[in-house]
Design a protein around this ligand. Structure first.
Ligand SMILES: NC(=O)c1ccc[n+]([C@@H]2O[C@H](COP(=O)([O-])OP(=O)(O)OC[C@H]3O[C@@H](n4cnc5c(N)ncnc54)[C@H](O)[C@@H]3O)[C@@H](O)[C@H]2O)c1
Length: 284
C-alpha cells in the first residue's frame, strides 16, 4: 500500500552534518516520517581554508529540539566525520538506545574556492579529507552495524551537481563529489545482497550557509570563462507561492523530500542511482 511505503515508523536514521542546513532538514523530515535519529556534526571550524562561518553546538541543539518536537527520539553528538572511532561509537550507542539502524544520510561536507594549480595542499587535503575520506568513514562505521541488524536499509550519499560535471574554481570539491559517485555505486553492488540500497543525490543551489554568493561572484569576476560551467539558478516550477518562473535558491526542505523518498520503501527499486536535485538546470 502506498501509505505503508511512505512511512519510516520504527526505523532509525543516522544523519551526518545535522547541525544546520540540509542535514538538519533531513533529520527533522525523517523524524516527521517516524524515524528515530542519530545526529552528528563537528560543530566547529574544520580548517582555516574554509571561509564561511562554521556550525555551532547551539545549532545542533536546535536540531535536537526540532526532532524532539516531532515526538521522535534523538541521539546527538559532536563528532567529526574524519574520526572513524567516534562514528563507530555513536553508531553503537544509537543501536543500543534505538535497537537498529536502517537509514544513513551521509550529508556532512565542506566547500572552498581556488584554482587547482594554485591552491595550497591544506586546501586540497581538507576538502578531500572531509567530503570523500570522511564519508567513507561514515559508511565504514554504519554498514557493518546495518548488516548485523539484518533489516536491510537505505544509504543516501550527498554528492553535488559538482559530482556529475566539472566545476572550475572548485576542482577539489568536484573531485571529492565525483569520488562519492564511485563510492555510492561500488557500495551498492557490495551491499545489495544484504537488502541495503545506496544512492547519491546531486543538489544544486540550496539556500544554506555553505553557499556564499559573494564568494562565487568574486570567482566569476576574476575568471569570467568559468561562468559557462555553472548552470543558471533553478527556475521555480510551482505557482502556489507566486514564485513560478523566478530563479531562486531551493530550500533544504525540498531536498529532504527526495531524501525521505529514497529512505523509504517507495524507492525500493533504486540502488546505484545518481539523482539530480536541481529542477533540471544541469541539463543546460
Ligand atoms: N548548498 C548547496 O547548494 C549544495 C549543493 C550541492 C551539494 N551540497 C552538499 O550538501 C551537504 C550539506 O551542505 P549544506 O548546504 O547544508 O551546508 P552547511 O555548511 O550548512 O552544512 C554542512 C554541515 O556539515 C557539517 N560538517 C562539515 N564538516 C564536518 C565534519 N568533518 N564532520 C562532521 N560534520 C561536518 C557542518 O558543521 C555543517 O553543519 C554538503 O555535503 C554539501 O557539499 C550543498
Amino acid at each position: 500500500m502506498a501509505a505503508d511505503k511512505a512511512t519510516l515508523e520504527g526505523r532509525v536514521a543516522f544523519v551526518t552534518g545535522a547541525a544546520r542546513g540540509q542535514g538538519r532538514a533531513h533529520a527533522v523530515r525523517l523524524a516527521n516520517e517516524g524515524a528515530d535519529i542519530i545526529a552528528i556534526d563537528v560543530c566547529r571550524p574544520v580548517d582555516d581554508t574554509i571561509t564561511y562561518p562554521a556550525a555551532t553546538p547551539e545549532d545542533l541543539a536546535e536540531t535536537v529540539s526540532a526532532v524532539e518536537a516531532t515526538g521522535r527520539k534523538v541521539l546527538a553528538r559532536e563528532v567529526d566525520i574524519r574520526d572513524l572511532a567516534a562514528q563507530q561509537q555513536v553508531v553503537a550507542d544509537g543501536i543500543e538506545q534505538f535497537g537498529r539502524l536502517d537509514i544513513v544520510v551521509a550529508n556532512a561536507g565542506v566547500l572552498s574556492w581556488g584554482r587547482i594549480f594554485e591552491m595550497s595542499p591544506e586546501q586540497w587535503d581538507t576538502i578531500i579529507d572531509v567530503n570523500l575520506n570522511g564519508t567513507w568513514r561514515t559508511i565504514r562505521a554504519a554498514v557493518p552495524a546495518m548488516i548485523e541488524a539484518g533489516n536491510g536499509g537505505s544509504i543516501i550519499i550527498v554528492s553535488s551537481s559538482a559530482g556529475l560535471k566539472a566545476t572550475p574554481g572548485n576542482g577539489h570539491y568536484s573531485a571529492s563529489k565525483h569520488g562519492l559517485v564511485a563510492l555510492t555505486n561500488a557500495l551498492a553492488l557490495e551491499v545489495g545482497e544484504y537488502g541495503i540500497r545506496v544512492n547519491s543525490i546531486h543538489p544544486y543551489s540550496i539556500d544554506t550557509p555553505m553557499v556564499e554568493p559573494e564568494a562565487m561572484a568574486a570567482v566569476f569576476a576574476k575568471f569570467p570563462s568559468y561562468l559557462h560551467s555553472f548552470a543558471p539558478m533553478p527556475l521555480h516550477p510551482v505557482g502556489a507561492d507566486g514564485q513560478r518562473g523566478l530563479a531562486t535558491f531551493m530550500s533544504p526542505d525540498e531536498v529532504s523530500d527526495v531524501v525521505a523518498w529514497l529512505a523509504g520503501d517507495g524507492s525500493a527499486t533504486l540502488s546505484g542511482s545518481q539523482i539530480a536535485v536541481d529542477r533540471g538546470v544541469m541539463k543546460y
